[in-house]
Design a protein around this ligand. Structure first.
Ligand SMILES: *Cc1c(COP(=O)(O)O)cnc(C)c1O
Length: 423
């Protein structure tokens, strides 16, 4: 079985984990080692000086001569990540933000226009503010309706950027319709699939051009390592993209976008993932499907428990019937993942409630093995102020949960005792 045999429809796929754990079977391993080794070398040599020259001149693939551009260990991780997203290439970075920054800075120029969801990950939204100061135009829209995206498109629109499930409100864009619109307008469609991962949803199915992940969350899944990736799905015709430097307009046009991201974004900007980190992320990837099944099942149980509790006003989780995008989520996603948020009827009680929890850990961060809880208005979204929070539908009492790997009974019992203890 080849990694490329992976079926592109997540809901039909049965060999996700088999393909990942056997991915390196046909790669050369020294000493009969079953696991692919870690390559800590920062420099690589070649059989002859001509072979070295060929690598520099792009005539032969070979290992990257200097590991700021990648190592054999990061290359294997890139191949695995491209394979599970059904893509034709990937570039890994030191963090998710590094992947996003490199993508924006290498593909956009002064005077270009970008359309983004108004419910973006906070640091991505903050980065876009910086880009606006560089003369890049940004429109923030409610992407749950494609018409909102269509109505702001301009002559100079280069890309539409959305997240498959937003944090903390779990909003879901009209993924398929936006894909059709971007295809029609020949605009890049970039999808941040961090929360769901390729196991629960593949953005290529809705015609994404590039897929981005913070590997820190679902993929590594352990709260102990940072990483990010950009994957080219192969659907976008890069010969149509106006911002490819002439030096990269050579050979297969499918490769141009990612080559520019690797050379200008990784090599020149330097937010490189180390081999050691890539190896740990590869280990996380091997248990991705098992963890996502478990934490999604637990998250749904918790969401239902909370929704039926007398002290709870509202629960945000894509697989709840009360969620505005529930039908779309159930159609497109294999499960709802591990992120959910809720509000107590007595919003003032939210801090006292969190204080009473014994299993949940009071912490920011997402996708850990441990379940985490945080009052978002007082912490992550504090800096932006109350007016902006209201715009983003973040109420003062909103609590965000990242579900870990604990048994659902222990988590629900913990929530239950803390709710019972409220006045
Ligand atoms: C965490 C996160 C990022 C940033 O990733 P880091 O690895 O923390 O830099 C980007 N997008 C989403 C949706 C995230 O949750």
């Amino acid at each position: 079985m080849k990694p490329t045999d992976i079926n592109s429809d997540a809901s039909k796929k049965t060999d996700f984990t088999t393909s990942i754990v056997h991915f390196d079977r046909n790669m050369p391993h020294a000493n009969g080692a079953i696991h692919y080794p870690v390559h800590p070398s920062t420099q690589y040599t070649y059989d002859s000086v001509n072979a070295l020259i060929d690598v520099f001149q792009g005539k032969s693939k070979g290992n990257s001569p200097y590991s700021r551009q990648g190592t054999p260990t990061t290359a294997v991780l890139e191949a695995k990540l491209a394979s599970i997203e059904d893509g034709d290439g990937a570039v890994v970075f030191a963090t998710g933000m590094a992947a996003i920054t490199a993508t924006f800075l290498t593909l956009l120029k002064h005077g270009d226009h970008v359309v983004v969801s108004e419910y973006l990950f906070g640091n991505t939204a903050s980065l876009l503010n910086t880009l606006e100061s560089f003369g890049i135009q940004v429109s923030k829209v409610d992407s749950s309706t494609v018409e909102n995206v269509r109505s702001v498109l301009r002559e100079n629109t280069r890309m539409v950027f959305v997240e498959t499930v937003a944090n903390p409100g779990t909003q879901v864009p009209d993924l398929r319709a936006i894909g059709d619109l971007c295809e029609e307008k020949k605009v890049l469609y970039i999808v941040d699939n961090t929360i769901l991962s390729a196991y629960l949803f593949k953005p290529k199915i809705v015609k994404a051009s590039l897929v981005i992940h913070s590997l820190t969350k679902s993929v590594a899944g352990q709260g102990q390592i940072l990483g990010g990736v950009v994957i080219n799905t192969g659907l976008y015709d890069w010969s149509l993209y106006p911002n490819i430097f002439s030096g990269y307009q050579k050979g297969d046009a499918n490769k141009w976008g990612l080559m520019q991201i690797r050379k200008k974004g990784l090599r020149d900007m330097g937010a490189t993932l180390t081999s050691q980190a890539a190896h740990i992320i590869s280990l996380g990837l091997e248990t991705l499907a098992i963890r996502m099944d478990r934490s999604s099942e637990t998250a749904l149980k918790i969401a239902l428990f909370l929704e039926n509790h007398q002290h709870v006003a509202k629960v945000y989780y894509p697989f709840l019937a009360s969620h505005p995008a529930c039908a779309q989520a159930k159609k497109n996603f294999k499960a709802g993942a591990w992120l959910l948020s809720f509000e107590l009827k007595q919003a003032d009680n939210c801090l006292a409630f969190v204080e009473k929890l014994r299993v949940f850990i009071k912490a920011t961060g997402l996708g850990d093995t441990r379940s985490l809880i945080i009052p978002v208005a007082h912490t992550i979204f504090w800096e932006m102020g109350s007016e902006k929070r209201a715009d983003m539908q973040i109420s003062d009492g909103m609590l965000r949960i990242s579900v870990g790997l604990e048994e659902s009974d222990s988590l629900i019992a913990d929530l239950n005792q803390a709710l019972d203890a409220l006045e």
